[in-house]
Design a protein around this ligand. Sequence first.
Ligand code: OAD
Length: 243
Amino acid sequence: MTISAQAKALADRIRSASRAAALSGAGMSVESGLPTFRSGSRALWRNHDPMTLATPDAFARDPVLVWEWYRERLRAHGSAQPNPGHLALAELERRIATFTLITQNVDGLHLRAGSRDVIELHGDVRTSRCIRCGERVETPLAGEVPPRCACGGLLRPNVVWFGEALPAGAYERAYEAVAQSHVFIVAGTSAIVFPAAGLVEVARAAGAFVVEVNPDETPATSRCDVSVRAPSGEFLPLVVQHL
Ligand code: OAD
């Protein structure tokens, strides 16, 4: 089947679905110029050890190093623009009665593309919180590193690090949305980080039509009804065109 025929088939499914959901990962933002964690030569976890940058221990050991890295990423996010894949998912939300977008991305590009019902499973870097009093603030883009809260405590990026729990209620809301969906799109994720990856099973158990959009095979591939081997920025706009 051609990519266009796969897009038409998915559009047909979507037309008769009143509830749908999507799970996105770093691959969604590749066409915005951002690197993924595990694929390609610019992959973040190929070039940096996550244990030195994305754990509570790493932050306790060297908050300056951790902050410099997040500031760099925040700057990259700021200069990136939503790509046609992000825009297509925002359009799907307007066309489907209930459409929930669950993202593992912390770059905010789905929101900037116009998606509104978004669950940011791994938090976001636009905000930070104080490790002493819990106060949340917009992440300061410049100034002292590590930045401090008005109470004097250290601020940390409001993201989920290895070994940490997801934001309160986020997984439960995602589970609920997926369990009620007729169509579930899994785009741009290696599907190896849990509990996000487990949502594929939730969708299957609920009888949803599960479509993966990824140029490469993943552990989720065999659990999906269809795997589309194309970039999300190419395939998702085609689906919208066929609606
Ligand atoms: P990964 O880097 O693990 O996977 C990115 C996936 O995107 C790969 O399977 C690529 O094949 C695919 N990909 C590349 N280009 C694409 C394109 N143009 N269109 C569609 N897919 C494309 O990123 P995630 O799955 O998001 O967690 O990683 C999951 C979590 O692992 C992240 O949220 C982060 C990381 O550790 C935390 O920081 C908690």
